[in-house]
Design a protein around this ligand. Structure first.
Ligand code: PLP
Length: 470
């Protein structure tokens, strides 16, 4: 392919993309394929001879597209949204085209410097104090792992990396029972171990970590000779949006000199709206590490996760490594690869720059406010369906419900809804029961898209239960 072909195909693919997005509502949200169906259509061996791009593109449409779940579909209510606002997609196309590997300042100074400024724009947007810096990571999982490794190293006097963990006793990390599985995985990978991730009960309608239980657990562990290393708090947990009392948790952490990490991967985006601060953000200043994913609710194309750090040094002490071939000379510069686990880095900041400039924070706030409002309205509408139960009230734009019947009936309803394809939902668990989650957060969804879900849910529920469809 020469560069003239590249230009022609670039234009065709951009047009294809616009058409795809304009007609998304006509497609089922979740892929309607069976396991193995796509792979069976691909040749088992690679071609020896080159093929025409026309043929490649035709197969993309015929074979690949039917096997895609449409995350940008306006009626995507499953998991959490992974929004890609059009300006952020365009920024990604530019990044893909320049194709720089931005591991060090000198390997693309603009990437590093735009990243520094974007982290600071978002710091201001989330109303964090000026002393926070930060870094863009690929995922909240990576940011959380970085923070847990830092907890480990800090608690072992920065000897774990060098000497390993043998003979260091049990390091304990505390969190609520509502944390995302990425926290479990961070504890496994950091060598802390699942049994030393102390999951504590929650209280109240926001499912906040019980700080009395937290204090008790720390005191018990100290008596038992364990070493408390850190606390992980959440704002907007995955299951039902659990949100801790950040100030109260921080107070306990300070009393025991523990490193703190806050997982606000989903709900962090909503903190660009000041009216949510009183309920969800009070006490945030002081957390050592805070993660939020602009690739979820804010509209920056996946992947894009911000890790704010109150003091970057503990994480640098944990992760920085500088072999001769990576050494740079000259003025002091930031080499962001020293802040993270992977060395190679994409230029992720550009899509944030495009996104914020094209919408303004106000444009992004309006979307988030609408989503919260519509989630509340839909929740009230579902409450009215006979036999349906709201199992958790909306926390920002996430709530959960159950239809009449057993856990198996909940799954049957979820599966039938997703086979129908007009909307896409997923299940979760609350207090030992299966619940159906509903989150509103897709960038292009309208109130009609959200409210339509009420009728679709009732219709499908009636269908699978042999009741008359209204
Ligand atoms: N934390 C929360 C609350 C989440 O909901 C998720 C994913 O949905 C994660 C962490 C993990 O995010 P990532 O996929 O960026 O690792």
């Amino acid at each position: 392919m020469d560069w003239d072909d590249f230009a022609r195909w670039g234009g065709r693919i951009a047009e294809w993309g616009a058409q795809y997005h304009k007609t998304l509502r006509e497609r089922p949200v979740r892929a309607q394929t069976r396991p193995g169906e796509i792979a069976a259509q691909l040749p088992v061996s690679p071609p020896d001879a080159p093929e025409a791009m026309d043929a490649v593109m035709a197969d993309f449409e015929a074979i690949v597209m039917p096997g895609m779940t449409h995350w940008q579909h306006p009626r995507f209510f499953a998991y959490f949204a992974a929004n890609a606002a059009p300006p952020s997609m365009l920024a990604e196309q530019l990044v893909n085209t320049v194709a720089a590997q931005c591991m060090l300042w000198q390997t693309s100074p603009a990437a590093t410097e735009v990243e520094g400024v974007m982290v600071d724009w978002l710091r201001q947007a989330l109303n964090l104090p000026q002393d926070y810096t930060g870094v863009i990571q690929d995922s909240a999982s990576s940011a959380t792992l970085s923070a847990v490794l830092t907890m480990r190293e800090r608690a072992t006097g920065y000897t774990g990396n060098r000497e390993g963990l043998s003979g260091k006793g049990a390091l304990r990390v505390y969190c609520s029972e509502h944390v995302h599985s990425s926290i479990d995985r961070a504890a496994w990978v950091a060598g802390i171990g699942q049994d030393n991730l102390v999951k504590l009960p929650t209280k109240g309608e926001r499912f906040a970590l019980d700080v009395v239980a937290l204090e008790d657990a720390i005191a018990r562990d100290i008596t038992a000779g364990h070493t408390p290393a850190g606390i992980i708090a959440i704002t907007g947990g995955t299951g039902v949006g659990a949100s801790d009392d950040l100030g109260a948790v921080l107070e306990v952490a300070k009393a025991h000199d523990l490193y703190t990490h806050l997982d606000a991967a989903w709900a962090g985006s909503a903190m660009i709206c000041p009216e949510f601060h009183a309920d969800f953000w009070n006490g945030v200043a002081g957390y050592d590490s805070i993660v939020f994913n602009p690739h979820k609710w804010l509209g920056a194309q996946f992947d894009c996760s911000i890790q704010f750090l109150r003091d970057a040094q503990p994480q640098l002490n944990t992760l920085k490594i500088e072999p001769e071939y990576l050494r740079t000379t000259g003025d002091a510069v930031t080499n962001y690869s020293e802040w993270t686990i992977p060395l190679g880095r994409r230029f992720r900041a550009l899509k944030i720059w495009f996104l914020i400039r094209c919408y303004g924070l106000d444009g992004l706030r309006t979307r988030i406010r609408n989503h919260v409002q519509w989630a509340g309205e839909l929740c009230d509408a579902l409450r009215e369906i006979e036999g349906f139960e709201i199992t958790s009230e909306p926390i920002l734009s996430l709530f959960s419900f159950r239809c009449p019947g057993s856990d198996a009936d909940q799954q049957r309803l979820v599966d039938a809804l997703n086979d129908d394809g007009r909307i896409y939902l997923t299940q979760g668990a609350l207090n030992g029961r299966k619940v159906i989650r509903f989150q509103v957060g897709q960038f292009d969804c309208t109130r009609d898209d959200v409210m339509m879900a009420r009728d679709v849910i009732e219709e499908i529920w009636r269908q699978i239960n042999g009741r008359k469809v209204k």
